[in-house]
Structures are given as C-alpha cells and as structure tokens.
Design a protein around this ligand. Structure first.
Ligand code: ACO
Length: 308
C-alpha cells in the first residue's frame, strides 16, 4: 500500500488502520491531536475531582465519582490510540508535564462551587460532544472507534450536568443565583474550546483534507451556540452575551466576539490554574512510579513463567 491507496481510502470514507501506509504529516497530526485530547481528559479530572469530597449528597457523589473515572478511562483509550501510531505514552506524559504539549484551555479555570459541576456537564461536556461526535467518522480507525465509546459516556456526563442544574433551578433563589453566576463564568471559555477562528487555525485545512477533522472550528462553535440557546431558555438562565440573537437570514444565532487575547494566554500556559494543573499532574505521575514499577515487574514475571 502506498500514497495512492491512502488517498483512495480516505476519499472513499474508508478507515486508515495502524499497519497501512500513511504520510508522515498525517501520523504527526494525529499524534498531536489525540495526545492533546488524551491530556485534556486526564487534566480534566482535576477541576471536578475538587468537589467529590464536598458533594451535597451520596447520589451526587456517586455520579461525580463515576464521571471522573470515565474521564480517566477516556484518557487511557486515547493514549492507547496514539500507541498504534508509534507514540510512547511515557514520552507523551513527559511532554505534558514539561509544557511541550497542549491540553484543552477549558481545564485551566477554577471550579468555585457545586453549580460548576452542573455547568461543566452541560456546557463543557456539551461542547465536547459537539466536537467529538463527528470524530466518530474521523479517517483513522483506532481514533474513530475510541470516540464512539467516549461519546456515549460524554452524553451521560452532559445529562447529569443538565439534570443537576434543573434541580438547582427548582430550588431556592440562592441556588438559582449560583447557577447563573457559574454560567456567566463558563460560557465564554466553553466557546473557546472549539479553537481559534477558521482564519487563524493553522491545522484545519490539512486536517479536513485528510478527513481527520470533519468540520471547521467555527462550524462546530456555531452548532454549539445554536444548540445551547434553547437549553438555556428551558433552564431559565441567561447566556452572558448581549450580542446573542437569532439571525433569520443565516438561520443561526449571531454572537459576540470571543476575547482572543484571553484564549491565547490560556492556550500558552498562563490560565488562572495552568501551573497548578500541570504541577498536580507531575506530582501524581511521580507518586505513581511504584505502581508502574510493580506492574512492569509483575508483567515480566508472568511472561517468564508462561515461557516455562
Ligand atoms: N485549548 C488548547 N489548545 C488549543 C485549543 C484549546 N481550546 N484550540 C486550539 N488549540 C491549539 C491547537 O492544538 C493548535 O496547537 P498546535 O498546532 O501547537 O498543536 C493551535 O491551538 C491552533 O489550533 P488549530 O489549528 O485549530 O488546531 P486543531 O486543528 O488541532 O483544532 C481542536 C483544535 C478543535 C481542539 C482539535 O484538536 C480537536 O478537535 N481535538 C479533539 C478534541 C479535544 O481535544 N478535546 C479536548 C477537550 S474535550 C474534553 O476533554 C472533555
């Protein structure tokens, strides 16, 4: 198999598999995107884990625990997908803790109260679903298959968030204010999850040609805004954008300009919690060294006893 077969497979909407020939750039782009995605799942455990010990009921605690564990699982499937491309998981973790590889900007914001758990489920996981459902049709087989399972779990995450917010909105005035304040903080960072505008996106054109990405950043951001407006109305919260309004001509909502300076500041490692998040990950990795050593020793012993 060579370049012509690769092109033919991609154009015919067939999947590229690990042993197939692929351009070096395709492999590099996939490792970059999937590693960034995996790091996001793993770093994304931190803001919500912050509330596990302070969940207001056993039910909410069980839901939150399950969700944070799912995120660990998503990170592991995705690291496994990078390994099918020849990447080394330990090397990717080093790159993350040394700030040489990115993870989603959204996880650099603090979680200040329990409404944030609901809003992360509704908006952050909602944005993740919008971005990730099309990735179930991405051209690289192992990534596409990992995304199918991940998306199913993400929809549970989104629904638990919305249900938590619905419950709070049926509660006291203080609870309703808490939800609105949380929506005010998370709305714009959620829109930033989709990446820079298409004009500024260095990778989109090539990734679309290779059918790694199936929609541009702006297309997905628009879809998310259109999806969120009726959900906000049903919930009874206001989205913090005075320019947000239906445009009948376009058949979409218009919305205000994202603060791109803030976006790039956060992407470049200077978000409100960036240092704390990476430091926590580095420490967890170092503290886990004995587990990795024990697992490796056990695997070696099992392999040698099987040989006998
Ligand atoms: N946070 C951090 N970095 C970002 C973000 C963001 N929200 N958006 C874009 N970037 C980075 C890109 O990684 C790229 O960096 P690099 O070229 O130095 O590696 C640069 O900004 C320019 O952006 P694009 O050219 O638009 O990059 P790309 O084509 O990769 O598109 C996107 C970015 C949409 C995030 C894409 O990588 C993607 O769909 N990834 C898979 C989904 C994902 O990673 N989700 C993570 C959050 S969801 C969750 O974990 C629950």
């Amino acid at each position: 198999m060579g370049e012509d077969d690769f092109k033919r497979l991609v154009e015919a909407e067939q999947r590229i598999e690990p042993r197939d020939w692929m351009p070096d750039g395709y492999r590099r782009t996939l490792i970059r995107q999937i590693a960034q995605h995996a790091h996001s799942e793993i770093i994304g455990m931190q803001p919500e884990a912050n509330w596990i010990s302070r969940a207001p009921s056993l039910r909410r605690k069980a839901i939150l625990l399950a969700k944070v564990q799912d995120e660990a699982g998503h990170g592991l499937y995705l690291y496994a997908a990078t390994e099918t491309l020849g990447a080394d998981r330990a090397d990717l973790t080093d790159k993350l803790v040394e700030g040489r590889q990115k993870y989603s900007s959204i996880f650099n914001y603090p979680t200040l109260n329990f409404a944030d758990v609901g809003v992360i489920g509704w908006l952050v996981d909602g944005a993740a679903i919008c971005n990730q459902v099309p990735l179930c049709r991405t051209s690289y087989g192992p990534y596409a298959r990992a995304m199918i399972r991940i998306c199913k779990e993400e929809s549970f995450h989104q629904r638990q968030g919305y249900e938590l917010l619905m419950t709070m909105m049926r509660g006291t005035d203080a609870q309703r204010r808490m939800v609105q304040e949380s929506v005010n903080r998370w709305w714009w960072p959620s829109l930033m999850m989709f990446g820079p505008s298409d004009a500024e996106s260095s990778n989109t054109a090539q990734s679309m040609a290779w059918r790694i990405k199936r929609h541009t950043n702006d297309e997905l951001r628009q879809k998310f805004v259109d999806m969120s407006v009726p959900q906000a109305e049903a919930l009874g919260v206001t989205l913090p954008d005075p320019e947000l309004r239906w445009n009948a001509e376009r058949g979409h909502h218009d919305f205000g300009e994202i603060d791109w300076d803030e976006f790039w500041r956060v992407v470049n490692g200077n978000g409100p919690c960036s240092r704390q998040r990476v430091e926590h990950r580095r420490k967890a990795h170092e503290d886990g060294e004995w587990v990795r050593a024990a697992a490796t020793a056990y695997a070696a012993r099992t392999a040698s006893s099987e040989e006998v």
